[in-house]
Design a protein around this ligand. Structure first.
Ligand SMILES: CC(C)(COP(=O)(O)OP(=O)(O)OC[C@H]1O[C@@H](n2cnc3c(N)ncnc32)[C@H](O)[C@@H]1OP(=O)(O)O)[C@@H](O)C(=O)NCCC(=O)NCCS
Length: 179
């Protein structure tokens, strides 16, 4: 097994839908079945998905099918981001491919009035802290679309640097941070 003991026990919690990470401004709760409506609503907004690797709209049916596979997938965790000051669910973030030793993170704020207020930055810092101090891994990466200036600026703000082309996707750039 590649994972260390702490990650293994955390994954046990994830399977119960209850991994919870706390940052300064956000709380990250791993996806549950109850999040489905909110996630489908956000993912139906082109402004949310425009720069995703897969920006196809989803349906409740396709989401639930994906979610069943997600629960079996030991190598990714996706979170709903909640703003601590209002208690509102505002977006998503996640990490995958921990087994490769350099998790790929993602992030997006679905409730637009919460953009530009530091929530995504805190969500990323919270995940990076978990990757470094719980998973004991020392690098992370993010795939960012060449036109997604907001995401590029944000990634650089938390220490990522452009690193390499993304195989098979010329419109994306891989960014990397050492932890
Ligand atoms: C990209 C995105 C996640 C940023 O989230 P956010 O919560 O608004 O970002 P933050 O408020 O935490 O911003 C942190 C830093 O990012 C940069 N940034 C954020 N939005 C920016 C924008 N529109 N233009 C330029 N820089 C921006 C700034 O450097 C900012 O730091 P500063 O305010 O201290 O200078 C958000 O715009 C979003 O959800 N977009 C749609 C989904 C998406 O593209 N996700 C990323 C896929 S890779």
């Amino acid at each position: 097994m590649w994972y260390n003991e702490s990650y293994y026990s955390q994954k046990g919690y994830i399977m119960q839908g209850s991994l919870r990470l706390e940052g300064k401004k956000v709380i990250l709760n791993s996806f549950t079945r109850e999040d489905a409506e909110t996630l489908v609503r956000w993912r139906s907004d082109i402004d949310f998905t425009r720069y995703f690797l897969n920006s196809n709209p989803i349906t409740m049916e396709s989401h639930l099918q994906w979610f069943a596979g997600y629960l079996e997938d030991e190598d990714r965790v996706d979170f709903v981001i909640t703003a601590k000051d209002t208690g509102e669910q505002i977006g998503t973030c996640g990490m995958k491919n921990m087994s490769g030793g350099r998790p790929e993170i993602s992030y997006a704020i679905g409730e637009k009035q919460y953009r530009g207020k530091g929530y995504a930055k805190d969500a990323i810092l919270t995940m990076l802290d978990y990757i470094k101090n719980v998973l004991k891994l020392h690098a992370a990466e993010a795939g960012i679309h060449e036109k997604n200036i907001a995401s590029q600026q944000l990634a650089e703000r938390v220490g990522f640097r452009p690193w390499s082309a993304m195989p098979g996707r010329e419109d994306f750039m891989l960014y990397k941070v050492d932890l």
